[in-house]
Ligand binder design. Structure first.
Ligand code: ADP
Ligand code: GLC
Length: 476
């Protein structure tokens, strides 16, 4: 049994902007189920949806700031969450990283440095909790300074740094080094320095004992100039310590028991999936038609997700006998263009801007096909949720999408491994061709049904991924 300090900037259901929150919910639970002692550390944002009682555990100083450490529980688990309470940095009501206009908070460097320093105090057993970490597991740039700063401590615990998305790096003006009081020995080209600036994610990559990322293919992708964002050299240098572990998905996403969908179903009762299709069409004021191909998209509306490609396809897509359901938020330009299409084709395209967990479940259950034409995708969760719901994903061959979806080909139909539709080139033409390919297959109900059954039979549970993380911890 190991004492694992799991440090993250978002955890579902307390706060979520993307898949990191899902992973920070389900991986700690899966680790705890194997007998590990896992404690989560999270900033005490004002926006947190706290579901269990909160206790005050400790008060300590980080520089001039007084930090209170609060304790609550991760719902439906025995995993405890320690909340780093520092109102001057975290008492904000909206998104944890950006303001309402989508701009990063101007003091993000200070906010997440304080968070990292607080996590180090906890890990080193200096806050009076009588608990010293055996392993500190950090996630994404917001925690990148932990491996760097911890490396300077006497008898420090080993660290694992997980890259969920290398596109977000936490890069700040080099002059901030003084404000943040970063020790000079970390400010070198093989340390935090990055082209005259400071890179938080580099702290994780350069100093962690082991680096993981969220799929085997993405572990390769980030060692190339195309997806390495200037860090490919360092990642190649560290590749003996870099491992790709695919994310699992939580059992909250299960059509058999999901309380948020219209009618539960399994691979044996796929006929009942149609009830969800009708409920979704009714809910979104689309014409109710169980035979039309219903396509779904749930996403942050950002370039990573190929939204520009989808917009390029829309003029032709709306001429096909399909309906298209979009739930998302993000880039204001993408939101506006989607809104214009939705107004022009209300019977074809339904757009819901914003964040809606219940609708996300109903979409996964109700649609026939799920679009995920990402330009890059470290892992991606919705293509796995989709398969579990018998909803066939259309994905680009990149990162975790390549690792989790099996393309429909004569051979994979024959050997019953096909689970979706995969295309290579990041172009509108390739995406349109694949949508057409799916539409044609949809008119062969027996083949479609078999692929749904194949998809629903895939094992995307956390068990084997959690075991791989435990193996990584045991090598430290
Ligand atoms: P990323 O973390 O890059 O956004 P993932 O596929 O790993 O991509 O995870 C996205 C998660 O966020 C999924 O659980 C997805 O259902 C959810 N999600 C994204 N946008 C919305 C939204 N507008 N409403 C509800 N859930 C959303
Ligand atoms: C990131 C990635 C996504 C991944 C998620 C959880 O947000 O963009 O692909 O699934 O982290 O690891």
């Amino acid at each position: 049994m190991k004492k694992i300090l799991f440090v993250t900037s978002e955890v579902y259901p307390l706060i979520k902007t993307g898949g990191l929150a899902d992973v920070s919910n389900s991986l700690p639970k899966a680790l705890a189920q194997t007998g590990q002692d896992v404690k989560l550390v999270l900033p005490n944002y004002h926006a947190l949806k706290i579901c269990a009682p909160v206790l005050e555990r400790s008060t300590f100083k980080i520089g001039t700031h007084t930090v209170r450490l609060l304790e609550t529980m991760l719902p439906e688990s025995d995993v405890c969450i320690w909340l780093v309470d520092c109102p001057e940095y975290f008492d904000i009501s909206g998104n944890p990283y950006v303001d309402y206009a989508g701009n990063a908070y101007s003091n993000n460097a200070e906010r997440f440095t304080l968070f990292c320093r607080a996590a180090i105090e906890i890990a080193m057993n200096r806050v009076g909790l009588d608990w010293k970490a055996d392993v500190v597991h950090c996630h994404d740039w917001q925690t990148g300074l932990i491996p760097a700063l911890l490396s300077l401590e006497y008898q420090c615990p080993p660290t694992v740094f997980t890259i969920h998305n290398l596109a977000y790096q936490g890069i700040f003006n080099g002059l901030m080094a003084a404000t943040l009081q970063l020790p000079g020995q970390l400010l070198t080209p093989d340390g935090l320095e990055f082209h005259g600036m400071i890179s938080f994610i580099k702290g994780g990559i350069a100093y962690a004992d082991k680096i993981t990322t969220v799929s085997p293919t993405y572990a390769q992708d980030i060692q190339t100039a195309e997806l390495g964002y200037g860090l490919e050299g360092l990642l190649v240098y560290r590749n003996q310590d870099l491992i790709g572990i695919i994310n699992g998905i939580d059992d909250d996403w299960n059509p058999h028991s999901d309380p948020l969908i219209a009618k539960n179903y399994t691979a044996d009762t796929l006929i009942d999936k149609k009830e969800n299709k009708k409920a979704l069409q009714a809910h979104l004021n689309l014409p109710i038609d169980e035979n039309v191909l219903l396509i779904g998209l749930i996403s942050r509306l950002v370039e990573q997700k190929g939204i520009d490609m989808i917009l390029g396809c829309l003029p032709e897509m709306v001429t096909y006998p399909i309906q298209f359901v979009v739930l998302g938020s993000g880039d204001k330009g993408f939101e506006k263009q989607l809104h214009e299409f939705a107004c022009a084709y209300p019977h074809k395209l339904s757009l819901t801007l914003g964040y809606d967990e219940s609708l996300a479940h109903l979409i996964e259950a109700g649609v026939d096909v799920f679009l995920m034409p990402s330009r890059f995708e470290p892992c991606g969760l919705n293509q796995m949720y989709s398969q579990r719901y018998g909803t066939l994903p259309i994905v680009r061959h990149t990162g975790g999408l390549a690792d989790t979806v099996v393309d429909t080909l004569p051979s994979t139909i024959e050997n019953r491994t096909a689970t979706g539709f995969v295309f290579n080139e990041a172009s509108e033409g390739a995406l349109l061709e694949t949508i057409k390919r799916a539409a044609i297959l949809y008119s062969f109900p027996d083949s479609w049904h078999q692929i749904q059954v194949n998809a629903m039979g895939r094992d995307f549970s956390w068990k084997s991924s959690a075991e791989q993380y435990i193996n990584v911890y045991s090598t430290l």
